[in-house]
Write a protein that binds this ligand. Structure first.
Ligand code: SME
Length: 153
């Protein structure tokens, strides 16, 4: 996947947009459209101490996740990317869709503080290669730069 091209599309879609949720909505749609074998792509936003379901593409999902719970909560609590090649081997995995077999969650910061996590699921085992991890983390850095230009309301 050409993550440089996806980044150009992300920047283009975000240009002039002054609302964070709009940016996340288009980011989830962009990646869902272009990344093969991604069955769910979306954001959980850290608010009032829990991760709340934000913009996403795919099947309806759990509305709230506590830090430390599941893959999303682990990524948030430990502030690191978590790659799960086989979700059945992840202790405490939260199954929103039984068809999911692999997953990646990447923390997103805003003005230096944890703001949200980006969650991508696949029905394919081991879907997210080291190249995908690097590419998606690159997109997250770009997303952080975009979000930092918007005033927090
Ligand atoms: N599987 C995630 C929950 C979110 S859904 O996959 C959309 C987890 O364990 O945190």
């Amino acid at each position: 996947m050409d993550y440089q091209l996806l980044n150009e599309k992300l920047i283009g879609l975000s240009r002039g947009v002054d609302y964070d949720i709009t940016i996340l909505a288009n980011a989830s749609a962009l990646i869902y459209r272009y990344l093969a074998w991604v069955s769910w792509c979306g954001f959980y936003i850290l608010m009032d101490g829990s991760l709340k379901l934000g913009p996403f593409q795919g099947k309806y999902a759990c509305a709230k996740i506590m830090p430390g719970e599941g893959v999303c909560g682990t990524a948030a609590a430990e502030d690191r990317t978590v790659v799960v090649p086989n979700v059945s081997e992840f202790d405490g995995y939260i199954a929103c869709d039984n068809a999911t077999n692999s997953e990646i969650v990447i923390p997103i910061h805003r003005n230096g503080r944890l703001f949200a996590v980006w969650d991508l699921d696949s029905i394919v085992y081991n879907r997210f290669s080291p190249e995908d991890v690097a590419g998606l983390e690159f997109l997250v850095r770009s997303l952080e730069n975009i979000l930092d230009t918007i005033d927090v309301k």
